[in-house]
Ligand binder design. Structure first.
Ligand code: IMP
Ligand code: MG
Length: 188
């Protein structure tokens, strides 16, 4: 069972996507990734973008049926309920990405600034291929910023509008990441 409403800092959020719906969507994403990577000769590298993508990465990776490696990067672009306009890299793994297939796990692709920055860094690090798997995607925000859907996530579990959400890894100024379900900012 989920709570109807939660309060984080000064704001109230109401239930939007229950846990069961989230994991069913993640299973579909895992099925697609399994189809595409099952016959990969070298194990791909799963890159979890901390902190938001931690629960998504955990749910996704246990459903992948091919050999893979895991690493993490720390990137931050949001403050409060808005993007800062830059994807700031706080930590990038020392692991070699040279000639590796990389699957980036993102909690949400919004303006696409973060995904673009990660793609740039991985290309610079010599990755053979980069695919972005995002739990959530805000296509309207992405198009408004990038002009088209080009460069968006190759895999996406759930698509939403422009609303601000929390839970399942997503935060409002660091609170709400532990919520099992996804909540949307409420007007009242
Ligand atoms: P982008 O760089 O604008 O695509 O934003 C990606 C990052 O912003 C995500 O990894 C999240 O950390 C954060 N973000 C974007 N939208 C939301 C939201 O609705 N709630 C919480 N965090 C968000
Ligand atoms: Mg965040």
């Amino acid at each position: 069972m989920y709570m109807e409403k939660v309060k984080l800092h000064d704001k109230v959020f109401r239930i939007m996507i229950p846990y069961e719906e989230i994991v069913a969507a993640i299973q579909k994403t895992a099925d697609k990734i399994n189809n595409d990577f099952r016959d990969c000769k070298e194990p791909p590298v799963l890159l979890c973008t901390l902190h938001g993508a931690l629960p998504f990465t955990a749910e996704l990776m246990k459903r992948l049926d091919f050999n893979m490696e895991l690493t993490c990067a720390r990137i931050k672009s949001y403050e409060g309920t808005d993007t800062t306009g830059t994807g700031k890299i706080y930590y990038f793994p020392t692991k070699s990405f040279v000639d590796r297939d990389v699957i980036v796990c993102e909690d949400i692709v919004d303006t696409g600034i973060t995904a673009k920055e990660i793609r740039r860094m991985l290309a610079e690090a010599g990755a053979k291929s980069v695919k972005v798997a995002s739990m959530l995607f805000k296509p309207d925000k992405y198009i408004a910023r990038q002009g088209s859907l080009e460069g968006g996530p190759e895999y996406c579990s759930l698509t939403i509008g422009n609303e601000f959400i929390v839970g399942f890894g997503l935060d409002y100024d660091e609170l709400g990441r532990n919520l099992k379900d996804i909540y949307v900012l409420s007007e009242e």
